[in-house]
Design a protein around this ligand. Structure first.
Ligand code: ZN
Length: 424
């Protein structure tokens, strides 16, 4: 058995290795914009071919973290050198670091207890969908699982609808949440799965399980997610090829039809922030649009789950303007952040709460939270950026999954109870 596992591991690893070759000769930088002028220069770095912003700098003094491919190193450094922006190389060989992390992730998977959804390793798309289907069979009165759409690679995007009373009570608030629109952010689907567990299998807060109907899409971009497991670890986008077969994929969180392409987006298919040929070009974004539109009167909160950076962000991200209920968004956001911090492991990054464009000094249009509020009419709309881990930030070690999903649940309870009280 061990021999077979070892062989499988070797084959899988060799395959993955080959597909991360584009990282050969790349470097990772931290960049610290100190002035408004610096911020403009840093925001423009996105336009250099192949540059991948892992984390934006923030007004709270956090630095940006940026991967630069070999062919763009000269351009990148010369832009920064001709300005006053402070920068530093923090990783000379990202390829080997990421390959080592892939090995660790594979080891954790091999050690997982078979047959259950895991919180000690990251679950694959087929495992997630069969878990949802199992829950629907096991808890037929509480759970309905629906297929919202099929991806270009033929994968089903499923929603789990959790309700204590059949789901048709017109006065009951709905919370909609999705995870994994950015493929590489593996902790996001894990977090959605833990929410599902706490609302179906392991109910310890019955008020939250019973007084809200929950619509959760734990993995909204399965094609991208699977690709980040089997091929390119840092894959972010969908896998559609309508715009380009050489540069597939669209950034789902730039593809929503609200101020589309107005900021922080690219019209180049090869860019990691390609907004798509048209708004809602992707099945991954249309399914969410249709789910919210079909339940508009009842959806009271929307939560987009991402990583990383420990942020709790509210609209509008396209230009940093504030919605009319900004005071409510902010005060609830701070309570959510504090609740998570209170449960967090010591030494972990504190949550920061703010308007996403302002907090990150970076406006980006076409995101799901902006659309949910601006068009979907959902008054409590947030993006949750879970904590980072590993060298790239997206490789939160499997040993930390449990802690992160538990502490985050503490914050989601605050959001849910606010929704319940408001509806009462
Ligand atoms: Zn993201």
């Amino acid at each position: 058995m061990m021999k077979v596992l070892a062989l499988l591991f070797f084959v899988a690893f060799a395959f993955v290795q080959a597909n991360n070759d584009y990282l050969e000769g790349s470097k990772v930088y931290t960049v610290r914009p100190m002035t408004k002028k610096d911020q403009l220069i840093v925001a423009g770095l996105d336009n250099i071919p192949g540059v991948d912003v892992w984390q934006h700098a923030s007004i709270f003094g956090r630095e940006a973290r940026i991967l630069v491919p070999k062919d763009s190193l000269t351009t990148f450094e010369s832009v920064l050198r001709s300005s006053s922006v402070q920068y530093e190389v923090i990783m000379e060989d990202p390829k080997s670091v990421i390959e080592e992390e892939i090995k660790q992730q594979e080891l954790a998977r091999m050690k997982r207890v078979p047959g259950r959804i895991s919180f000690t390793s990251y679950n694959r798309h087929a495992e997630i969908n069969s878990y949802l289907d199992d829950l629907a069979r096991q808890y037929p009165t509480r759970v309905k699982v629906e297929t919202l759409g099929r991806t270009v690679n033929g994968r089903d995007i499923k929603v789990i609808k959790i309700s204590s009373d059949g789901g048709n009570n017109p006065n009951k608030p709905i919370i909609v949440s999705d995870a994994g629109i950015h493929a590489r952010e593996w902790i996001a689907p894990a977090n959605a799965l833990y929410m599902i567990r706490k609302l179906v299998e392991d109910i310890t807060e019955s008020d939250v399980a019973n007084n809200i109907d929950w619509f959760i899409i734990p993995l909204i971009n399965p094609d991208g997610y699977e690709y980040s497991h089997t091929n390119t670890r840092l894959w972010r986008k969908t896998r559609s090829t309508a715009s380009s077969t050489t540069c597939p994929g669209v950034d789902g969180n730039r593809n929503f039809d609200f101020k589309w392409m107005q900021s922080g987006s690219s019209s180049s298919p090869c860019s990691d922030i390609f907004a798509g040929p048209t708004p809602f070009s992707e099945i991954e974004t249309r399914v969410l649009r249709d789910l919210i539109n079909a339940n508009k009167a009842r959806v009271k909160a929307y939560l987009a789950i991402h990583s990383y950076g420990s942020y709790f962000l509210y609209p509008y991200g396209y230009d940093g303007s504030n919605p009319s209920n900004v005071a409510e968004l902010r005060s609830l956001g701070v309570q959510v952040g504090n609740a998570i911090d209170a449960l967090a492991a010591s030494g972990s990054t504190k949550y920061l709460v703010g308007n996403s464009a302002v907090a990150l000094n970076y406006a980006a249009a076409g995101a799901s939270d902006d659309w949910a509020m601006g068009v979907g009419g959902v008054s409590l709309s947030y993006t949750l950026e879970l904590p980072g881990g590993g060298s790239a930030g997206f490789d939160l070690p499997p040993s930390r999954i449990n802690q992160v999903v538990r502490e985050t649940w503490g914050g989601i309870l605050v959001l849910a109870r606010y929704v319940i009280n408001k509806a009462a």
